[in-house]
Design a protein around this ligand. Structure first.
Ligand code: HEM
Ligand code: FMN
Length: 428
C-alpha cells in the first residue's frame, strides 16, 4: 500500500506512476507508445488520474495496463473525484423546443472541458457557422393543393431499412459529456430506428455500444487510419465480427486536427498537456493516398465503405470510381472543425448536381454539418442527399439529459414539421 506522497515522487519520463480507481500503476513503459502521446499521461504523473482517464478510455483499456499494477493507495489518502458519481442536473427536457435550446441546456451542465471539445471549430469558425447559414439562404418554392396528411419517414440506407433519413454522425468522446456515452446515443436512436455511426475514438468499445441493440438497429463504424496500421487492423477485425455494424466510414477531411481555440483555451487554463483534439490526433496517419489506402482497407474489412469528408465534385467523381466497394460518400467539412473556410456540404451538393449528377446513381450521397432544423434537412434531401447527419446535436442532447436527451433531439425534427415540408415540396 502506498501513500500519496510516495506516488507523487514518480512523475517523470523515467518513472511515471498514476492512480486509477484507487490503484497505483507504473505506466513508464507505455509513455512512448501511448496513442494520446506521452505528455497526456505525464501531466498526471504521480497523481490521481481517474477522472481524466475515465472520460476518455473505454473500460477495456484497463486490461492493457493490468501488468503495470503496483498496489493500492491508503484509503484515507485518496483524493478521488470520480466524475461518474457526480450528480448531473438534468434540464427539463419537455420544455426544450429546438436544438439551440437543447445546446443551451447542455452548456449549463457539462464540464468546461467537454464544452470546449464539442463546441470548438477551426480558426474563426467561419465554416461552422456558414454550415447552418448556407441552408438558411436557400429559399423554398412551396406548392399548394398538396395532401399533407401522411408522409413516410422510413428509408433505405445502403440497403438497410432505417426509421428516418437522419443519422448520427461519428463524434469522439461522448462520455466527456455524459456517463451514458455512445451507448446512450444508441439507446436514444432506438425508438426512432435512427442510424448511428460509431467513432474510432469513441469512449466506449463498439462491442459495448451495440450490445443491447436489436438486430434491426443499424450502425456504421468510422475509421481514422492509425500510423501503427496494426492498431487499425485489429479494430477492423473486431468490427468484422459485429453484425449490427453494416459499413465502415473512412474519414478523410481531418488528416490533422484543426486549430480549435475553444478547446485549446480551456486546456491551457486547466494546465493539461494539450487540447483534447490535439491529443486524440496523435496516432492518426496524415499521409493517406487514395489507391493504397482503399487497397489496404479492402484486405481488412468485409463491410462496404463510405468515404466521409468529400468537399469537391472532383473527389466525388474519384470516390464513385471505386463503387461498389465504396457504396456511399458523406459531403462534410467535419462540422467546420478541420479546415476553416472549407465549403458547407450543401455547396458541395450543388456542385455535384451541376458537374457530375451521375455520381448520385453510383454511390449514395449523404451530407452533414450545420443541420439544425427540419427545413435544413428537407433542402438537402430535395437536392439529392439520401440522408443527413447530425454531430453536435446528438452530443448536446446526451449531455442535457442522457438517453432521453438524445430522444428529445431526434423528436425535435418531428415538431419542426420536417415531414409536412417534405410533402409540400416533393409535389413541387
Ligand atoms: C492519465 C493516465 C493515462 C493512462 C494510464 C493512459 C493509458 C492508455 C492506454 C493503456 C491506452 C490503450 C493503448 C493501446 O490500445 O495500445 C490508451 C489509449 C488512448 N489514450 Fe490514454 N492514458 C492516459 C491518459 C490519457 C489522456 C489524458 C488522453 C488525452 C486525450 C489520452 C488519450 C488516449 C487516446 C486517444 C487513446 C487511443 C484511443 C483509445 O484507446 O480510446 N490518454 N491510453
Ligand atoms: C465533438 C466532435 C467530435 C467529432 N469527432 C469525429 C470523429 O471522431 N470522426 C469523424 O469522422 N468526425 C467527427 N466529428 C465530425 C462529425 O462527424 C460531423 O461531421 C460534424 O459534427 C457535423 O456537423 P454538426 O456538428 O454541425 O452537425 C466530430 C464532431 C464533433 C462536434
Amino acid at each position: 500500500m502506498f501513500t500519496l506522497s510516495e506516488v507523487s515522487e514518480h512523475n517523470t519520463h523515467d518513472s511515471c506512476w498514476v492512480i486509477l480507481y484507487g490503484k497505483v500503476y507504473d505506466v513508464t513503459g507505455i509513455l512512448n507508445s501511448h496513442p494520446g502521446g506521452a505528455q497526456a499521461i505525464l501531466r498526471w504523473g504521480g497523481q490521481e488520474a481517474t477522472e481524466e482517464f475515465d472520460m476518455i478510455h473505454p473500460p477495456e483499456t484497463m486490461k492493457e495496463i493490468e501488468q503495470s499494477y503496483l498496489g493500492t493507495v491508503e484509503p484515507q489518502e485518496r483524493s478521488i473525484t470520480d466524475s461518474t458519481t457526480e450528480e448531473i442536473t438534468e434540464a427539463p427536457l419537455s420544455t426544450l423546443l429546438n436544438l439551440d435550446e437543447i445546446e443551451a441546456a447542455a452548456t449549463k451542465v457539462i464540464s468546461k472541458k467537454a464544452w470546449g471539445y464539442y463546441f470548438s471549430a477551426a480558426d474563426d469558425k467561419i465554416s461552422k457557422y456558414l454550415n447552418t447559414q448556407a441552408y438558411r439562404s436557400i429559399m423554398f418554392r412551396p406548392r399548394v393543393f398538396v395532401d399533407c396528411r401522411t408522409c413516410e419517414l422510413e428509408t433505405n440506407l445502403l440497403g438497410h431499412k432505417v426509421g428516418l433519413p437522419i443519422f448520427v454522425s461519428p463524434t469522439a468522446m461522448a462520455r466527456l459529456g455524459h456517463p451514458a456515452g455512445e451507448r446512450g446515443i444508441a439507446e436514444g436512436c432506438r425508438p426512432f430506428g435512427g442510424l448511428q455511426i460509431i467513432a474510432n475514438n469513441s469512449s466506449l468499445s463498439p462491442e459495448d455500444i451495440v450490445e443491447n441493440a436489436p438486430p434491426t438497429q443499424v450502425f456504421g463504424w468510422q475509421l481514422y487510419v492509425q500510423l501503427n496500421r496494426q492498431l487499425s487492423e485489429n479494430m477492423l477485425a473486431r468490427v468484422n465480427q459485429l453484425d449490427r455494424i453494416k459499413f465502415v466510414v473512412l474519414t478523410l477531411d481531418a488528416p490533422v486536427s484543426g486549430k480549435r481555440e475553444d478547446d485549446e483555451r480551456i486546456n491551457i487554463q486547466a494546465n493539461t498537456a494539450a487540447s483534447v483534439s490535439t491529443q486524440l490526433f496523435v496516432g492518426t496517419d496524415p499521409s493517406l493516398t487514395r489507391a493504397d489506402t482503399l487497397q489496404w482497407l479492402s484486405q481488412h474489412t468485409t463491410k462496404p465503405i463510405v468515404l466521409k469528408g468529400i468537399q469537391t465534385h472532383e473527389d466525388a467523381i474519384l470516390a464513385s470510381q471505386y463503387a461498389p466497394f465504396v457504396k456511399g460518400i458523406v459531403l462534410s467539412n467535419h462540422g467546420g472543425r478541420s479546415l476553416d473556410t472549407a465549403p458547407p456540404a450543401v455547396h458541395t451538393l450543388l456542385e455535384l448536381r451541376r458537374h457530375c449528377p451521375y455520381v448520385f446513381d453510383k454511390v449514395e450521397v449523404w451530407v452533414d454539418g450545420g443541420i439544425r432544423r427540419g427545413t435544413d434537412a428537407v433542402k438537402a434531401l430535395c437536392l439529392g442527399a439520401k440522408a443527413v447527419g447530425i454531430g453536435r446535436p446528438a452530443l448536446w442532447g446526451l449531455a442535457a439529459g442522457g438517453v432521453e436527451g438524445v430522444e428529445r433531439t431526434l423528436q425535435s425534427w418531428f415538431f419542426s414539421k420536417l415531414w409536412s415540408s417534405v410533402a409540400f415540396l416533393t409535389a413541387g
